[in-house]
Design a protein around this ligand. Sequence first.
Ligand code: S3P
Ligand code: PEP
Length: 429
Amino acid sequence: MGTKVLTHNVQRLEGQIDIPGDKSISHRSVMFGAIANGKTTVTNFLKGEDCLSTISCFQKLGVKIEETGDSLVIEGKGWDHLTEPSSVLNVGNSGTTIRLMLGLLSGRPMHTTFIGDDSIGKRPMKRVITPLREMGAILDGRNNGDYTPLSLRGGGLRPISYQLPIASAQVKSSIILAALQAKGTTTIVEPAQTRDHTERMIRQFGGHIETDNLTITISGPQTLKGTQVNVPGDISSAAFFLVAGAIVEEGKILLRNVGLNPTRTGIIDVLNKMGAKMTIHPNKDEEFEPVGDITIEPSHLTGTVIEGDLIPRLIDEVPIIALLATQANGKTIIKDAEELKVKETNRIDTVVNELLKLGADITATDDGMIINGPTKLHGSVVSSHGDHRIGMMLAVASLICTGELTLEEADAIAVSYPNFFSDLSQLIN
Ligand SMILES: O=C(O)C1=C[C@@H](OP(=O)(O)O)[C@@H](O)[C@H](O)C1
Ligand SMILES: C=C(OP(=O)(O)O)C(=O)O
């Protein structure tokens, strides 16, 4: 399944990359476009496999979605025009698709069934099933609703007050999408701030939502209006080049059009704390999501502690931060990150096991990992284990390996970054 022998011993990375569209915002643009009234045009939509799964699920619900030139056009006809699908909704590898769609369809008076790939089959769904059942949706699935296949009969929702037991933007967004359809006011309290793209997009589509520190208040029912969405570049994709640029010996990289939403910029805080040579140039004129350009250069790095409220702001960047830490002086401790165990793989175990094969000094803990650096990495045969972020982390690691690195299951990278290897090779030549 897509074995790749990667370039090793790269001394210099030089050039610029336009960072592809944000995965979280791309998913949401289709979802909001589908439930809004009127046309939504999306530019810089991420054509990664996860977002294509979201498109195909909404097409099965009767929504017309087409590519026109560089844009994606969604013909929204409002909540009532989503139609009962005649076959199962397959979310592929995408946790965001299934968890947000469960909330979105909880208020629809129809039956839907969800399946996904082997990885989705291991990811916990109880976290969304519990609040959605409390709101009145009828949900069931394997192991009393914790795993796919899942079935849903929606309709007639009531508002709830809900204290989120975990910091999860997917759970928060699922409840918000249900609350938009429930008559009355829903209140959600987060244990820590998570990405707020759903909240921002509700306002962009003409809806109302109030946020006060960790409390979110939303009244329903609401109808939304189609609009124009320009998706910023994904900071979670940029992260691989930020680390690559910092750990090679020479050169300078410019990353253009990177989303700089403060709920996502934990990686920038970490790079700054570790002493990276990085400059941020914010664009001034973005209305809904902040964007900017970033330059990164080879850096003398120091180990650090990454914990607490910082974790949700960099949750998808932990694999690449672990690699960064192998090149820093001293100890890096990552804690409070047990959520990593329920991602596409158990990202604590996968990161530690694969980096050990390259010679890293890294140990798994119950809620994170401990890395001592700097260590010289050597090539080996490693695998993404079907996890796109592990695949890209290992591809960046290959740049500084002394011998050849063979990456198995490299094709998983297309889940979030189909052009990753061509963008990377532009910097090498
Ligand atoms: O809301 C989203 O778009 C996402 C939220 C995060 O998941 P959790 O909500 O499970 O933390 C993140 O890991 C995922 O890649 C995308
Ligand atoms: C965890 C991720 O995505 P999802 O939960 O949507 O599968 C990710 O992209 O790293």
